[in-house]
Design a protein around this ligand. Structure first.
Ligand code: FAD
Length: 267
């Protein structure tokens, strides 16, 4: 379908984008791989698209002390292939390499993935497991939102209508992301992120509820010395997966237990 009529402005800076977003129903456009399909289906009808895709300085990936800062406009292809991430936070690079297909990874930005708030998205789960911080600029200035407070519901995040996500800060950590999907370029039926950091193991789940979730029961069991198989039995505690064409809720619960065991055993 053809999108409803909209105006278009190319932002010259983050401040300019914030200002342009003051118009009612204005929306940011980054890689367009979530927003444009939604507009074509007319589930999104922005009055104005504020294009931030070409803003300078928001696509770098660099070290800042012990953390790695990933600019919101970094393309998924660049996240997947970045040498810093591959060496010090391989779980991010690996998960990015599993998103969609090469076209999606070359156009889609990590900021767009996170801001979209899709519970079937891979990288939000990894960022939650890593306890990442999100840097947000808005009309009141800059603030930092921990990943645990960022995802609020299906397609709902802590971002306000005039907020621009500018970067994510991730720690150095070992870990992995395991994704089960029916076809290579599909979203995860279930995905599991495991990160070893600060002397413990953190586990995140994709497609097991309205937001990316922590598998708190698994984390608790591992901290008490349980082996991967025993801990994984608690993978679906506190989850609320849906039934859809990709799988029933019960099947997702089963998958979560299997994938958590595999992921924990592999790190
Ligand atoms: P856009 O579409 O430009 O924006 C998405 C939303 O975020 C919009 O609401 C926009 O206003 C907002 N936004 C964008 N940037 C910012 C910002 N910096 N600050 C605040 N708000 C912002 N995802 C997966 O996780 N796994 C998959 O396997 C997968 N497969 C896919 C397959 C296909 C065929 C397609 C089309 C998509 C797939 N996706 C998958 C989703 C894809 O990864 C994301 O849609 C895309 O990368 C989002 O980034 P974008 O830059 O294109 O965002």
């Amino acid at each position: 379908m053809i999108p409803a009529a909209f105006d278009y402005e190319r932002a010259e800076s983050v401040d300019n984008a914030i200002e342009l977003l003051s118009r009612e129903d204005a929306k940011l456009l980054a890689g367009g791989h979530s927003l444009i399909p939604a507009m074509r289906l007319r589930v999104a009808r922005p009055s104005l698209l504020v294009d931030i895709g070409r803003l300078d300085g928001l696509s770098t990936i660099h070290e800042e002390g012990e953390t790695i800062v990933i600019g919101a406009l970094a393309r998924l292809h660049d996240v997947a292939n970045d040498s810093l991430l591959r060496e010090h936070c391989k779980v991010m690079a690996h998960a990015a390499s599993l998103v969609g297909d090469p076209q999606v990874r070359h156009r889609g930005t990590i900021g767009g993935v996170v801001a979209h708030g899709d519970p079937a998205s891979d990288l939000p789960t990894v960022l939650l497991a890593l306890d990442a911080d999100f840097v947000v600029s808005g009309p009141q200035g800059e603030r930092t939102v921990p990943a645990g407070d960022f995802f609020r519901g299906v397609f709902q995040t802590a971002l306000g209508p005039q907020d621009v996500l500018t970067a994510m800060r991730v720690p150095r950590a070992s870990g992995t992301y395991v994704k089960f999907n029916r076809r290579a370029q599909d979203w995860a039926t279930v995905g599991v992120a495991v990160a070893r950091m600060n002397g413990g193991v953190r586990v995140g789940l994709t497609s097991m509820g309205a937001t990316p979730l922590r598998a708190a029961g698994v984390e608790e069991a591992l901290a008490s010395g349980a082996d991967a198989k025993t801990a994984a039995e608690r993978a679906d505690e506190g989850t609320s997966p849906v039934s859809d064409l990709a799988g029933s809720a019960d099947y997702r619960r089963h998958l979560a237990r299997v994938l958590v065991r595999r992921a924990v055993e592999s790190i």
